[in-house]
Design a protein around this ligand. Structure first.
Ligand SMILES: Cc1cc2nc3c(=O)[nH]c(=O)nc-3n(C[C@H](O)[C@H](O)[C@H](O)COP(=O)(O)OP(=O)(O)OC[C@H]3O[C@@H](n4cnc5c(N)ncnc54)[C@H](O)[C@@H]3O)c2cc1C
Length: 359
């Protein structure tokens, strides 16, 4: 059994920031374990810009943002294992790793930081009847297939759920020349950021149908259509399509924390950060918190005492995200409320002179 001072599980923005925070706080035996073959987490597949305005004062794509942290990590003598999963986290702090290079290995760490991100809610959790032919994908899986694999997997799309990933995919597929018949949302208003509703749907004339849901999938080998129900009057209609994309929620991935807690409270040596803790809108908040958690874990290793968790940032660095009736800036996902002045608009928290009003 090998050992280290801090084991970080997950090499997305949260895990990378946690390593940097722990290093800066004086910790030297740090191991970062990442399931994929590369660091970067979800950022690797987000080719749109909008990342890093608070941290770097510029709008980067996901891979550009990730690269800045990967380069900083590569400059440090910390151990990084990619292509390796933590498959078990025992209540005594021992982690079981399974990887191409490590094989099955036990690691004992004085502190563990779980930065495992979140996963998408699958269609099987929804009350949708009918068949399960090919042609049903979650938005994140579709994004990965298009952006990292270059796959072409459909022509006529219905998107269920107006979460941010679904809206970003709607725009991307429209840019690829696909037909987006509609984005369906069961609530009365869009589920994602106002910036994405405007930039991804409105500007591409993609209809957002609120108070609507899919109740049935049709097709045997491949999706042939869906039944859509209007939830306000119960009316149902058949829409022909060959692909259904779901964007119906993200679930923090923290089964390992539950294992470690043995059904009770989380042990003192275990820290959570990033989307494993709760779903964040902004990568800047994820990074800021990850660094703070890294420092807190280093302090625990040094003193053996856990201090109160660092403050949660979501909602403090992120502004109102476009409450109905307010003009907000849609230049980045923060959605700062804007005030009309004699010369234009002001109020963007980033201080930009040219905020982009939503109306
Ligand atoms: C489509 C989309 C668009 C977005 N757009 C923006 C935007 O424009 N601007 C912005 O600021 N933010 C945006 N965000 C939000 C932000 O990017 C995320 O909140 C952030 O990337 C989450 O970071 P994370 O490290 O917590 O999780 P992730 O990036 O998901 O990283 C978690 C990592 O943990 C690894 N892992 C999981 N389990 C294990 C295990 N058992 N063993 C080893 N490794 C494991 C995974 O492989 C993954 O690499 C967007 C998010 C999405 C999904």
């Amino acid at each position: 059994m090998a050992d280290c001072e801090i084991l970080v599980i997950g090499g997305g923005p949260a895990g990378m920031a946690a390593v940097l925070g722990a290093w800066e706080a004086g910790c030297r035996k740090i191991l970062l374990v990442e399931r994929s073959e590369q660091l970067g987490g979800i950022l690797r597949q987000c080719l749109h810009s909008g990342f890093g305005l608070a941290t770097f004062g510029e709008e980067l794509t996901g891979p550009e943002y990730a690269r800045r942290y990967i380069q900083r990590l590569q400059g440090l003598p910390v151990d990084i294992l990619t292509d390796t999963s933590v498959i078990e986290l025992k209540p005594d702090g021992t982690a079981l790793l399974s990887g191409a290079v490590s094989g099955l290995t036990n690691i004992k760490a004085a502190a563990v930081i779980l930065a495992s991100g979140c996963r998408e809610r699958p269609i099987g959790t929804l009350p949708v009847t009918g068949t399960r032919p090919s042609g049903i994908f979650t938005a994140g899986a579709a994004q990965k297939m298009v952006n990292l694999g270059g796959y072409d997997f459909g022509q006529r799309f219905v998107i269920l759920g107006s979460g941010d990933v679904g809206m970003i995919m709607a725009r991307q597929l429209a840019l690829l020349g696909k037909t987006i018949i509609a984005v369906l949302e069961k609530e009365a208003r869009c589920g994602g950021l106002e910036r994405n509703r405007i930039n991804c749907l409105e500007r591409f004339n993609i209809p957002l149908r609120t108070l609507c849901t899919v109740t049935r999938v049709h097709g045997s080998a491949r999706v042939e259509g869906v039944t859509v129900r209007n939830l306000s009057d119960g009316h149902e209609e058949y829409i022909a399509c060959d692909t259904l994309i779901t964007s119906v929620g993200l679930i923090p991935e923290r089964e390992l924390a539950e294992q470690a807690g043995g059904g009770g409270a989380l042990p003192d040596w275990l820290y959570l950060c990033g989307n494993a803790c709760y779903v964040h809108d902004l990568v800047d908040d994820v990074t800021y918190e990850g660094e703070a958690i890294g420092r807190a874990a280093a302090d625990f290793v040094r003193t053996g005492r856990k201090k109160a968790a660092p403050a949660i940032m979501n909602g403090t660095r992120t502004a109102v995200n476009g409450k109905a009736g307010k003009t907000i800036c849609i230049a980045c996902p923060k959605g700062c409320p804007l005030v009309k002045t004699d010369t234009g608009w002001s109020g963007a928290l980033c201080g930009r002179k040219d905020p982009v009003p939503s109306e």
